[in-house]
Design a protein around this ligand. Structure first.
Ligand SMILES: [Zn+2]
Length: 294
């Protein structure tokens, strides 16, 4: 039995998994990130401490931040979890519990989870998660492309608008300021007033024109960023995750249609755009897949 943990900026998820990826019940607790990395780590340690360690073969972790997946260490994390940069998760947990521990970035884990259990048409693909920001993963022949310092695929900070809106990275005009789920919510509340994203999509599906104008504008931003990625990577599959993935083919088809008008035809020939299908389980499953292959 493997303990699988997903450390996000908002929640920490915890489950037991079999090596072939059957998850038990998933427990969730708030990250309380503002209390800092040490506090968060202690609570994770306490949670693991409740398990019968004689039955546990290892601990598989998916985590926010830039992660050195060989050393299981946080290379860089924003101030959303103070003190998390430099945190030695693998070393500390291995010393404490004397079992194998692996750590990989959460978007990479989501991509690996989908690769393992998502019935994909290809083992090479790009993945984007649209949330507060936009995370990315590059998978080539079933393996994560890590770059020189484990920090590839920061798709959220692609340049989209020259001298555009200010971004959390300290620069302007980044992709995620226009095309993240948070940006969609801002655009909705700007044009239509505050509302639940699900209700917004329902109105769009019913053909409400004012709502569709807002959606089409956001889809236009999404595909504008994908245009750069498609011309750079020539992928045959792009997977999109985050809360909007619940919109399935309705949204995937809109993005694909919008992209069609922006890239050279040869790039569209074999390109499919799909939503992630595993939802919240993708990160945990990907952590277990990474554990199995580390
Ligand atoms: Zn940025």
């Amino acid at each position: 039995m493997i303990i699988a943990i997903d450390i996000g900026g908002t929640n920490i998820k915890f489950s037991y998994a079999s090596p072939d990826g059957i998850l038990g019940a998933v427990e969730s607790m708030p990250t309380d990130a503002y209390l800092g990395a040490d506090n968060m780590y202690k609570r994770i340690e306490n949670l693991i401490g409740l398990a019968d360690m004689s039955k546990v073969t290892g601990i598989a972790i998916s985590s926010a931040g830039q992660i050195d997946s060989d050393k299981g260490r946080v290379i860089f994390a924003t101030d959303s979890i103070p003190g998390y940069t430099g945190f030695e998760i693998k070393k500390r947990l291995e010393e404490k519990f004397k079992v194998k521990v692996t750590v990989e970035n959460d978007v990479n884990c989501a991509a690996l989870g989908e690769l393992w259990k998502g019935h994909l048409s290809s083992e090479s693909f790009l993945a984007l998660t649209l949330g507060t920001g936009i995370g990315g993963a590059i998978v080539e022949d079933g393996k994560i492309y890590h770059g020189s310092g484990y920090s590839t695929a920061e798709f959220g900070h692609l340049a989209l608008v020259y001298k555009g809106l200010e971004c959390t990275c300290g620069h302007r005009g980044c992709y995620e300021r226009y095309a993240s789920a948070k940006a969609l919510n801002e655009q909705i509340s700007d044009k239509l007033g505050d509302m639940d994203t699900k209700l917004f999509f329902e109105a769009c599906r019913q053909g409400n024109e004012a709502y569709l104008r807002v959606l089409d504008q956001w889809v236009d931003y999404v595909s504008e960023g994908l245009k750069s990625l498609v011309h750079t990577f020539n992928p045959n599959l792009i997977l999109i995750g985050g809360g909007v993935s619940a919109q399935g083919d309705y949204l995937a088809d809109k993005i694909k249609e919008s992209l069609k008008g922006k890239v050279m035809p040869s790039f569209m020939k074999d390109l499919d755009i799909k939503m992630m299908t595993l939802g919240n389980d993708a990160n945990l499953l990907g952590a277990v897949y990474h554990f199995n292959h580390q």
